[in-house]
Design a protein around this ligand. Structure first.
Ligand code: ADP
Length: 460
C-alpha cells in the first residue's frame, strides 16, 4: 500500500464517468472519497460510487451547481477534505478555483494556477510554444475588428478559422472560406464566445486542410521532472470534437514521433509544468504544428494507460501528494524505460443521434447491456437501466476502450463489443461507431480530422 503523506480524503468536483474514474483510483490508493451532486443528479451513478456524497447548489441551475466555487470549497472544509480532483470540464481549468484551493490549504490535484492561466488562453499558449521553438500554425494575436480578420485572410489566404481565445470542447470555432463570409463569422464567433466562455476575445488561424490531430500525454512532478507517455491520434471527430481515439498513432514515423514527443516535453519543461497535461498538435504533410495544451486529465487518457500500463489518475494523486515521478512506490519508469505495448482504441458512446446531426437525445434508459471480456475497459457515466439522461449535461454515456497486440485485433474487439451493446429507450451512436470501425480508411489509418464530414456512407 502506498503511504500518502497528505491526501487521505478526496472530493471530486465533477460528475459522470470521470468522477467514478477518480474514485476508483482513490480506492486503490486507500483514500476516502467524496462525491458532490446536483439535484438533477440525485439518481446518477457517481453519487453511489463514493464513500460519502453531498448535494450541492440546491437552488442553482444544473450546470452552475458544479461551478459553485465557494459552495464546493465550503463543503470541502466542513468535511475535512485534503484534496480536490476537478476531473475535466467544469472547474478543472478555472484559475480562481485553483487559487481558492491553494488559499484554503486544500490540494488541487492538477497544475499550478499559473499553468491554467497560460494554457486556458489559446493566444498565450501559442506564445509559450513560440518561446519553446515549437512550430505554430500561422495565426494572429487577439483581433478586435473585421478588418483585422480580412487583412489576415488576404495575407495567408483562405480558408481560415476564427477561434475563441478561451474556447474549448470544439465550441467557439468557425471556418471561413472567403472574405464574404468574414463579417457574419466574426459576429457569431464573438457572441458564441461571450455566451460559452464569458469573454468575447477571438483570434484567427490559417486552416490546415487535411490534418491529423496528434497529442502527447505529459506527466510532471513537483521536483521538476517531466516525462511523456507517447501520443494519441484523435482525428476521428465530429464538429471539432473527438469521437474515437487511437494510441499509438498508426501513421506517424518513428522520427516524427520522437520529434513531437520531444517538443511536447520541451514546452512543458520550459514552464515547469506540474501534474498531468496534454500537448495537442495538428500534423499535415509530415510537419507538425502546436495547437493547444489541455492542463488536466483528458477523456481519452484510458488508451494511454492501456498501452503504457501507467495509471495516469493515480499518478496525478501521488504527484499532488508530493511524490517524485520515479521515487519510492510511484509506478512511472524513467523516460527511457517507458515503452508502449500493442494498440488501444477508445470509442465514446454518446446519447446522440448521428442521423440527426448528432443531436443529443434525452430520457430514460429502459435497457442497458454492455460488452466486456479480455482487453476491454468500460468507463460508464450513467449506464444502467432506469437511468435518466438529462439535457443539462454532456452526452457521454460510456467509454469503450479495447487493447490488443495488433491494431486489427483491437478493432475486432471493439466491433465485437459494440455489437454486444443493447441500449433501449434512448438514441445512441453505437451503430455509427461500428461503421467507422469497418471503414477501410479507419483500418488503414488513412484518415484525418475531416473523415467523418467527408464520409457520407457512415450515415446511411
Ligand atoms: P478545443 O479547445 O475546442 O478542443 P482545438 O484548438 O483543440 O479546440 O481544436 C479542436 C479541433 O479543431 C482540432 O482537433 C482540429 O480538428 C480543428 N482545428 C483547430 N484549429 C485548426 C486549424 N488551424 N486548422 C485545421 N483544423 C483545426
Amino acid at each position: 500500500m502506498v503511504n500518502l503523506k497528505h491526501i487521505k480524503k478526496v472530493l471530486v468536483a465533477n460528475r459522470g464517468e470521470i468522477a467514478i474514474r477518480v474514485f476508483r483510483a482513490c480506492n486503490e490508493l486507500g483514500i476516502r472519497t467524496v462525491a458532490v451532486y446536483s439535484k438533477e443528479d440525485l439518481g446518477s451513478l457517481h453519487r453511489f460510487k463514493a464513500d460519502e456524497a453531498y448535494l450541492i447548489g440546491e437552488d442553482m441551475k444544473p450546470i452552475d451547481a458544479y461551478l459553485d466555487i465557494e459552495g464546493i470549497i465550503e463543503l470541502a472544509k466542513e468535511k475535512n477534505i485534503d484534496a480536490i480532483h476537478p476531473g475535466y470540464g467544469f472547474l478543472s481549468e478555472n484559475i480562481e478555483f485553483a487559487k481558492r484551493c491553494e488559499e484554503e490549504g486544500i490540494i488541487f490535484i492538477g497544475p499550478k494556477s499559473k499553468h491554467l492561466d497560460m494554457f486556458g488562453d489559446k493566444v498565450k499558449a501559442r506564445e509559450q510554444a513560440v518561446n519553446a521553438d515549437i512550430p505554430v500554425i500561422p495565426g494572429s494575436g487577439a483581433v478586435h475588428s473585421i478588418e483585422e480578420v480580412l487583412t489576415f485572410g488576404e495575407k495567408y489566404g483562405y480558408p481560415i478559422i476564427i477561434k475563441a481565445t478561451l474556447g474549448g470542447g470544439g465550441r467557439g470555432m468557425r471556418v471561413v472560406n472567403s472574405p464574404e463570409e468574414v463579417s457574419e463569422a466574426y459576429d457569431r464567433t464573438k457572441s458564441e464566445a461571450k455566451t460559452a466562455f464569458g469573454d468575447d476575445e477571438i483570434y484567427v488561424e490559417k486552416l490546415l486542410t487535411n490534418p491529423k490531430h496528434i497529442e502527447v500525454q505529459i506527466l510532471g512532478d513537483s521536483h521538476g521532472d517531466i516525462v511523456h507517455l507517447y501520443e494519441r491520434d484523435c482525428s476521428i471527430q465530429r464538429r471539432h470534437q473527438k469521437l474515437i481515439e487511437v494510441a499509438p498513432s498508426l501513421t506517424l514515423s518513428d522520427e516524427l514521433r520522437e520529434e513531437i514527443c520531444e517538443a511536447a516535453v520541451n514546452l512543458m519543461r520550459n514552464v515547469d509544468y506540474l501534474n498531468a497535461g496534454t500537448v495537442e498538435f495538428l500534423v499535415s504533410e509530415g510537419e507538425f504544428y502546436f495547437i493547444e495544451v489541455n492542463p488536466r486529465v483528458q477523456v481519452e487518457h484510458t488508451i494511454t494507460e492501456m498501452i503504457t500500463g501507467i495509471d495516469i489518475v493515480q499518478t496525478q494523486i501521488l504527484i499532488a501528494d508530493g511524490y517524485g515521478l520515479h521515487g519510492g512506490e510511484i509506478q512511472v519508469p524513467k523516460q527511457e524505460d517507458i515503452i508502449t505495448d500493442g494498440y488501444a482504441i477508445q470509442s465514446r458512446v454518446t446519447t446522440e443521434d448521428p442521423l440527426n446531426n448528432f443531436m443529443p437525445d434525452t430520457g430514460k434508459i429502459l435497457a442497458y447491456r454492455t460488452g466486456g471480456g479480455f482487453g476491454v475497459r468500460l468507463d460508464a457515466g450513467n449506464g444502467f437501466s432506469g437511468a435518466i439522461i438529462s439535457p443539462h449535461y454532456d452526452s457521454l454515456l460510456v467509454k469503450v476502450s479495447t487493447w490488443a497486440k495488433s491494431y486489427e485485433q483491437a478493432i475486432m474487439k471493439m466491433v465485437r463489443n459494440l455489437k454486444e451493446f443493447r441500449i433501449r429507450g434512448i438514441k445512441t451512436n453505437v451503430q455509427f461507431l461500428e461503421k467507422v470501425m469497418h471503414h477501410k480508411q479507419f483500418i488503414t489509418g488513412d484518415y484525418d480530422t475531416t473523415f467523418v464530414d467527408k464520409t457520407p456512407g457512415l450515415f446511411e
